[in-house]
Write a protein that binds this ligand. Sequence first.
Ligand SMILES: O=c1ccn([C@H]2C[C@H](O)[C@@H](CO)O2)c(=O)[nH]1
Ligand SMILES: [Zn+2]
Length: 134
Amino acid sequence: MNTEDLIKRAKTIREKAYVPYSKFPVGAALLTTSGKVYDGCNIENAAYPVTCCAERVAIFKAISEGETSFDTLAVVADTDRPVPPCGSCRQVISEFFDAQSKVHTTNLQGDVKTLTVDQLLPYSFSPNDLNDHE
Ligand SMILES: O=c1ccn([C@H]2C[C@H](O)[C@@H](CO)O2)c(=O)[nH]1
Ligand SMILES: [Zn+2]
């Protein structure tokens, strides 16, 4: 699937966002290396911090279906600039995507800013760091 279609998938699932508190719907879609797409929207909760962002919903859906190899991620919201993923999502993205994988941050106006995972979260804490102690 090409970038344009992946962004379209993110826009479509954004309509399913459960956002009674922020009223800020976000959509995300990821492409696996085998060519499958998993999408996600943000899901909020009356206990606000329990909220899960669109990016993590998409990634957790894919992981829970047994996917292990990820290629590209697209994110969309109705923002002036292409919507930046939050810090928690950057950490989760860095766990499952290669450092050079592309993240297409976008908005409804069609602006696209593409960053690598390493640009989004440089010098990130990684699974390898856990092996370095003792
Ligand atoms: O990249 C982002 C930024 C924010 N949100 C969600 C979290 C919350 O539901 C709402 C406002 O922060 O937007 C996402 O899903 N992805
Ligand atoms: Zn987030």
